[in-house]
Ligand binder design. Structure first.
Ligand code: KG4
Ligand code: ZN
Length: 333
């Protein structure tokens, strides 16, 4: 039997819809929200309103691009959490209404589990068990993936996420939100000649708040003697910050690989689009004999193909949600 799933993602500031047929991506549409640049970060109320405006056209385009009619959809998978409640509510409400009107099942999806399963959108796919470093704007964790639906968090950040470290540094440097991709681009023209301290956190947990404070003090001190310090050194500062964030991530990933003996290593989430992280993973992977898995850009940042794919595995496992399901801001995988 062929299974066609509509996936809906609205956990933060991207409204996304995708169609998956038998585990194969047919369409993957994302509408971003430029409006948040005005405020230097995502404004929840503004995000929620933009989702309301975007969700119907995004789903229509996803259906059209896949060449699939509403009547051919067998189930609706939606992001239940974690995320911003006002944003999640839009996707959850639409999913429920769509499922009810067509009398088809609903599938709730954990956004972080979906980021990891984005690796199954196309080859090469990791084999189980594998380790996945999930790095996004809201989360940073190392996950032991035992199978599609059985995952265990081995370590996570105790304060800021890696994406937040990029975005907050960007704010200090006067860059637009989200600053991750901008710092990445600037870093490619710079030299990492400034040293920022490495946090000493035991085990497989991370911390990025100290890095943000040390960058703040460093900039304050340099700006006292040279008010143009940031403009004159933007590429080198970006390269130095990126270098430190990447080294913190790679070091813990190496530790997790040593502790578990696993050599199947993946990265996921928005920060896995970072060129420095991608390159560092490939280098260490070659050195230590790992098989490394880095998703294509469209599957790194928030998208609905990963939600529909997770929905597909849950569909095969008969895991369905009821009509009284509500969004959740926090939800561990
Ligand atoms: O997974 P994602 O799209 O949304 C969340 O679930 O948070 O991740 C967004 C985060 C933002 O913090 C953004 O700055 C960061 O991913 N990001 C990057 C890059 N592209 C996106 N960070 C560093 N380098 C990039 N190329
Ligand atoms: Zn995400």
């Amino acid at each position: 039997m062929s299974v066609t799933i509509l996936g809906i993602e609205s956990s933060c500031d991207d409204t996304a819809a995708a169609i998956i047929r038998d585990g194969e991506v047919q369409s993957n549409i994302v509408a971003g929200q430029e409006v948040h640049k005005l405020y230097g970060g995502v404004v929840p109320e503004v995000a929620s309103r933009a989702h309301q405006a975007n969700i119907v056209p995004v789903i229509e385009i996803a259906l059209q691009k896949a060449g699939v009619s509403k009547e051919e959809i067998d189930a609706v998978a939606f992001t239940r959490g974690p995320g911003l409640i006002g944003s999640l509510i839009v996707g959850v409400s639409f999913a429920k209404a769509f499922a009810l009107s067509r009398n088809i099942p609903l599938i709730e999806v954990n956004h972080l589990q979906a980021h990891i399963l984005a690796h199954f959108a196309e080859a090469p796919k990791p084999s189980f068990p594998f380790l996945c470093l999930t790095v996004s704007g809201g989360h940073t964790q190392i996950v032991l993936v035992k199978n599609h639906l059985d995952m265990e968090i081995l370590g996570k950040t105790i304060d800021d996420a890696a994406g937040e470290a990029f975005d907050k540094t960007g704010k200090l440097l006067g860059l637009d939100y989200p600053a991750g991709p901008l710092i990445d681009r600037l870093a490619q023209q710079g030299t990492p000649r400034f040293e920022f301290p490495e946090p000493q956190i035991p085990g497989l947990n991370f911390s990025f708040s100290g890095l943000k404070t040390s960058i703040l003090y460093f900039l304050k001190k340099e700006l006292e003697s040279n008010p143009n310090f940031i403009q004159e050194n933007l590429a080198d500062i970006s390269a130095s910050v990126q270098d430190r964030i990447v080294s913190i991530l790679i070091k813990k990933l190496q530790k997790a690989a040593e502790m578990t003996g696993i050599k199947e290593i993946a990265i996921a989430g928005g920060v896995s689009a970072n060129s420095g992280l991608r390159e560092a993973l490939e280098i260490i992977g070659k050195k230590l004999g790992w098989n490394t898995y880095i998703p294509r850009f469209e599957y790194c940042t928030d998208n609905a193909a990963m939600i529909a794919l997770t929905g597909y595995y849950k569909f095969l496992n008969n895991e369905f949600a009821s009509q009284d399901v509500a969004p959740v801001a926090r939800w561990d995988i």
